[in-house]
Design a protein around this ligand. Structure first.
Ligand SMILES: Nc1ncnc2c1ncn2[C@@H]1O[C@H](COP(=O)(O)OP(=O)(O)O)[C@@H](O)[C@H]1O
Ligand SMILES: [Mg+2]
Length: 344
């Protein structure tokens, strides 16, 4: 007797076309029935993709027919109706005019995720790329302060928000739309909606890179944001000691779940140099690299702990802009170069 699990196991051999993941782990299989050697399977795709649907149907039929005792197979693959795709990006798959969307994530707040986001955005600009920076940290938007951008976005004739520019980078943040002391008390769905608006209703224009500063953490909220944003890759920022706590692993798992390639790990607050040149490793050192090797993902580089980085953040002048030759500025530029190479 064939069980549902037998059938699921067999279907797990079918990859989603163009992906390394299988249709079962993608959650596409909705109904399975098996009686007297007749197997019937219903699958629901999340995007309108007739070619993928056809290929999945063929492949699934093939693996099911190969099961012992199966004499009749019926596979139905449903697609969302045109115009009804649940995710606005499945048909579009990109933000118009934006070549690459990169997320910056971290296990918790305070590790320097936003600091890395602004400095990498400025470093990529410095390297000649057209760059946008989207602050998805709805509860704690710090990008406007760190970029020195404070004016409210203008509205274009097409009723799109025009992102203000700081240090050559187009910036969008909830912090630009709310008054300073207005707390955000929205729940998840509203945040997702806002982020969608930030992608679709903002006049990003032509960009080589759109960097997305995700909210801290790697839980469900971040995961659903990763599904909302059409990401080309993810960067994980960690401190040396946090890396060893499995937090990096969770970040990697989050990106894996939504099929976002991991561009690598940045170790922030890696070391500190005292005024007389002594190197102090406040949070330990090398955890990021060790974890990158263990997880088989690229290690992008280490950023030292420097008062100037914090000061630059507070006055809207990222260190990459104010002191590109400072060791910290150089570290960010080097990471930006690596990222640019990786993404072609
Ligand atoms: N390498 C660094 N050296 C000095 N200060 C840093 C460094 N990285 C981050 N900071 C400071 O630490 C604080 C938290 O950084 P932030 O980028 O806001 O973290 P997150 O976005 O992860 O919460 C900020 O005040 C920032 O200026
Ligand atoms: Mg932040």
């Amino acid at each position: 007797m064939l069980t549902q699990d037998d059938i699921k196991n067999a279907l797990a051999a079918v990859k989603y076309p163009g992906f390394s993941r299988d249709i079962v782990s993608f959650g596409l299989v909705k109904e399975i029935s098996a009686t007297n050697g007749a197997v019937s399977v219903l699958m629901q795709l999340t995007s309108l993709n007739p070619e993928a649907a056809q290929q999945i149907k063929l492949e699934a039929g093939r693996v099911l027919k190969a099961l012992p005792g199966v004499n009749h197979v019926h596979v139905e693959v449903r697609q969302p109706a045109a115009g009804q795709a649940p995710n606005p990006f499945v048909s579009q798959n990109k933000v118009l005019g934006v070549k690459r969307v990169i997320a910056i994530a971290s296990g918790k707040g305070g590790v320097g995720k936003s600091t890395c986001s602004v400095n990498l955005a400025c470093a990529l600009t410095h390297l000649g790329a057209k760059v946008g920076l989207l602050d998805c940290d709805i509860y704690g938007p710090s990008i406007p302060l760190m970029m020195g951008v404070h004016e409210k976005p203008a509205v274009s004739p097409e009723e799109k928000l025009v992102p203000p520019i700081g240090h050559g980078v187009k910036v969008m943040s909830i912090g630009l739309l709310l008054n300073d002391d207005q707390p955000v008390i929205w729940r998840g769905p509203m945040i997702t909606k806002t982020i969608q608006q930030f992608l679709l209703a903002v006049e990003w224009g032509e960009l080589d890179f759109l960097l997305v500063d995700l909210p801290p953490g790697t839980g469900d909220a971040q995961l659903s944001l990763c599904q909302t944003v059409p990401l080309d890759g993810g960067v994980i920022v960690t401190t040396p000691q946090e890396a060893s706590l499995g937090v990096v692993r969770k970040g990697i798992a989050m990106f894996n779940k939504v099929n976002v390639p991991i561009l690598g790990i940045v170790e922030n607050m890696s070391y500190f140099t005292t005024p007389n040149g002594e190197r102090v490793e406040i949070f330990g050192h090398g955890g990021g690299k060790v974890e990158a090797v263990r997880q088989n993902v690229p290690f992008l580089g280490e950023v030292p702990l420097f008062t100037e980085i914090r000061e630059g953040g507070d006055c809207g002048m990222p260190i990459v802009v104010s002191a590109p030759n400072h060791p910290a500025g150089k570290a960010f530029v080097q990471i930006a170069e690596t990222l640019r190479k990786q993404l072609g």
